[in-house]
Structures are given as structure tokens and as C-alpha cells.
Design a protein around this ligand. Structure first.
Ligand code: SF4
Length: 412
């Protein structure tokens, strides 16, 4: 009788568990690989460059937070560890038992180099997953910048999970020069470090909210490189700014709702609520998202919801709302940043994330909307196998949950 094929741990499920619970790095792994791997860098607006980038089986990207002093309140004693097997290959263990192979990422070729202006290249942009992430400007209108550019103008209207103003207190740059940005893009492309480019910044002043500045930069980049560019930006006051951005060659534009529940949106994102939405939650966001989705065409507009800050039902309602407009719903997983208002807020459980994952999968298929790039989404709920060769998110079955010891009753 043929031997029954052993069931494998589902990498799509494993990544949600890792993103929820974090990972410990075992000394054997550090001894074998430190120095040749890409180190997590604490830069940019959020914490998503702080994890360790890995590819799981079936080419599934993930960047779990690493247990340690960067997260004083979370990810303690995770069941998962990054280790090596008897052949010195990297593996992931759960409660000490090997469950999956893993491939870490090499150190990008340009880390350690400087631009011709003398700027360390890794302070301009970092490689995250398969793309180069550049925050072109680390100021945000809702933190009170753009007046005398000092923290004395701190307005306390920033999104409560955001740490961009804290980046300013570290040694990060304010506005990065176009020359530095272009040199780093050249270096990352020449070194084979990236497949595409993600741009972001803090919120610019009204009315354009930075659309014209981004458009100018994108034109310069596109003149040199045929590279796919995605960017997150605050909605402008008028539709004409969206035209400027798409006309510049931007491939995908994101206006991030962050929180779908209206009351929580008001509390967590007071600047966006008061100044973008004129105190009517999501009204202006919706207007701009709808226009961008029509103007850009299929899958060229997205919106991020921070998963874990509201009920899972509310997150799923937000996903359906976005799908109906033809907007790609991207579910970023809340990762608390020390020093922010929400530094002690709980992180979503694996059960919560599986619930969101399954509904996200169903809804994106129902409305024929994409669920996002798997490399860009290495800290997000959605994933795809083998860089999206199959554009549908892989299924997470009840059998997978049982194998992982996850209580099905907590998922439904
Ligand atoms: S708009 Fe909100 S999330 Fe974006 S940089 Fe400003 S405070 Fe942070």
C-alpha cells in the first residue's frame, strides 16, 4: 500500500501565526548567518522594517517581529524560533520541533555605501521583502510639522499607532533629496536587490497633500527605470491632483483609511478625521478612492486598514466596502511601536487574523479585486504563493488549523 503523504504545515497559516506571535532567533542561526543577512532596520514611518524577512515554503513572504528589546510589551516567549537543521539549513521550529524550511534574505548590496552627497544609502531607503521602500519625507502635517518644523508645533492629531514623529527624533533625514533617492534606486536595481518600489511619506500640507511633489519624483524615476511604483499618500482636496499623479506614471496609489469603524477612526486618526474627512468619517476618503479607482483602472488604487485595532467584523466590513469601490483592500497587521499612544495595545491573535484572511480571500474573489502584491504584503494579512503565480490567496483549511492547534471555534 502506498505510504500516505504527510501533510505539511500550511505556510499561509504559519505566516499569520508568526506575524501575531513573533519569532525568537536561536544562537545557532545567528552564529551561522550573521553578517551575510539583511539586518532589520528601524527606519521609515512604521515598524514594518523591524522584522526579519523570510521566505517560507511555496515562496510565501513574511517578516515577523523578533522577540527582544525593540518590543518591550509584546512578542514575549513566542512558540516559534528561527534555527538551523542538521545540514545547517535555516528552519522554523514551533515549540522546539522543526515545522518548515525558511530562506532568509541576503544583505542588500548597497547597504554600507554612501551617495555622492555623502548620505548613507540605507538611511535613504531600505529593502523590505522584494521592494525598495523609501519615505521621501519624514515629516507629517498631523504631527505639527511644516510650520517652523519643530516639535514645539506638535498638534497631537497624528494617528495613534504611528511613529513617524519618533523617527524624526532619531537620526533620520527630513526631506530626502531627489538626487539621493535616484542614486539609491540605481544602486538597488543594479545590485539586483529589488523588483519594485514603494514610496511613502508623512502627510503633506493641503490642498495637494504632496501629489505634485511625488509626481515630479516619479517622472524622474520613470525616465531612468522601467520599475513598478506604488505609493501611499493622503487624499488631496480635489480630483485634479489624482490625475497629476497617475499621469506621472504612478502604478498604484494608496489612500489609507486605517480604521473602518467611524468612532474608532475618529479616536485613532484625529487628523485624518478632522482635516481630510471634514469630521464626516470616510466621506472625503470615499470620494477620492472612488475617483482614483475609476481613473486608474483595475487594481491601481488601494487602501490599508490596520488589522487589530477594531473588531474583526468591522475590518471585514471595511474590506467589503473597499472591494465594492474596486479598491484593493490591504490589511496591514498592527505592530505596536514603542513610544506611541498605542504601544501597549494588544496585537491581533492568530484566530483573529485567520478570520480576516478567510473573509478577505472570499471577498476579493467575489468582487474580482486583487489582494495586493505578496512581497509588499510580507507583514500584511494577504499572501500568494510563488510571487503570485496563482493570483488567488491560498486556502487555509480547518485541517490546517487543527494541525496548528488553533481552535476553530475562535475563528468562525
Ligand atoms: S498620516 Fe497618520 S499614519 Fe501617516 S504619517 Fe501622519 S500620523 Fe503617521
Amino acid at each position: 500500500m502506498a505510504e500516505e503523504k504527510q501533510k505539511r504545515y500550511n505556510p499561509a497559516l504559519l505566516r499569520l501565526e508568526l506575524l501575531s506571535q513573533g519569532i525568537r532567533i536561536e544562537p545557532e542561526f545567528t552564529e551561522k548567518f550573521s553578517g551575510v543577512l539583511k539586518e532589520p532596520l528601524w527606519t521609515r514611518t512604521g515598524p514594518t522594517s523591524t522584522g526579519i524577512d523570510l521566505k517560507l515554503e511555496k515562496g510565501v513572504y513574511v517578516s515577523p517581529p523578533v522577540e527582544g528589546d525593540r518590543f518591550p510589551y509584546h512578542y514575549k516567549n513566542p512558540p516559534f524560533s528561527l534555527s538551523i537543521d542538521e545540514d545547517n539549513r535555516p528552519v522554523i521550529k514551533k515549540n522546539g520541533k522543526i515545522i518548515q524550511r525558511a530562506i532568509p534574505f541576503p544583505r542588500p548590496s548597497y547597504y554600507g555605501k554612501t551617495t555622492s552627497q555623502g548620505t548613507p544609502m540605507s538611511k535613504v531607503g531600505v529593502v523590505t521583502g522584494d521592494f525598495l521602500a523609501i519615505a521621501i519625507d519624514n515629516r507629517c502635517w498631523f504631527w505639527g510639522y511644516y510650520k517652523d518644523e519643530e516639535l514645539t508645533n506638535y498638534k497631537d492629531k497624528q494617528c495613534k499607532f504611528c511613529g513617524i514623529g519618533l523617527s524624526m527624533k532619531r537620526d533620520e533625514l527630513y526631506r530626502k533629496s531627489d538626487e539621493d533617492i535616484l542614486e539609491v534606486i540605481d544602486a538597488a536595481i543594479d545590485g539586483g536587490d529589488i523588483k519594485h518600489l514603494g514610496l511613502n511619506a508623512g502627510t503633506f500640507p493641503p490642498p495637494g497633500r504632496g501629489h505634485e511633489e511625488y509626481a515630479e519624483l516619479i517622472k524622474k524615476i520613470k525616465a531612468k527605470h522601467d520599475i513598478w511604483i506604488r505609493l501611499s499618500i493622503a487624499p488631496p482636496r480635489e480630483e485634479k491632483y489624482i490625475d497629476i499623479l497617475f499621469d506621472s506614471g504612478a502604478d498604484q496609489v494608496g489612500y489609507d483609511l486605517e480604521v473602518y469603524d467611524p468612532e474608532l477612526f475618529k479616536q485613532i486618526c484625529p487628523g485624518k478625521y478632522e482635516e481630510v474627512d471634514d469630521c464626516v468619517p470616510h466621506k472625503h476618503f470615499n470620494r477620492m478612492l472612488e475617483y482614483a479607482a475609476k481613473r486608474g483602472g483595475p487594481n491601481r488604487t488601494y487602501s490599508i486598514l490596520v488589522t487589530g485595532l477594531e473588531s474583526k467584523e468591522s475590518t471585514v466590513a471595511g474590506v467589503e466596502h473597499l472591494c465594492k469601490m474596486g479598491v484593493v483592500p490591504r490589511l496591514g497587521i498592527f505592530r505596536p511601536i514603542p513610544g506611541t499612544h498605542l504601544e501597549k495595545h494588544p496585537v491581533p491573535t492568530p484566530e483573529y487574523l485567520v478570520y480576516c484572511y478567510r473573509h478577505l480571500r472570499d471577498l476579493t474573489m467575489k468582487y474580482c479585486v486583487d489582494s495586493g502584491c505578496p512581497g509588499c504584503g510580507r507583514t500584511f494579512v494577504a499572501t500568494k504563493e510563488y510571487d503570485g503565480v496563482n493570483p488567488v490567496m491560498p486556502e487555509i483549511t480547518d485541517e490546517d488549523l487543527e494541525m496548528a492547534g488553533i481552535d476553530l471555534q475562535k475563528v468562525v
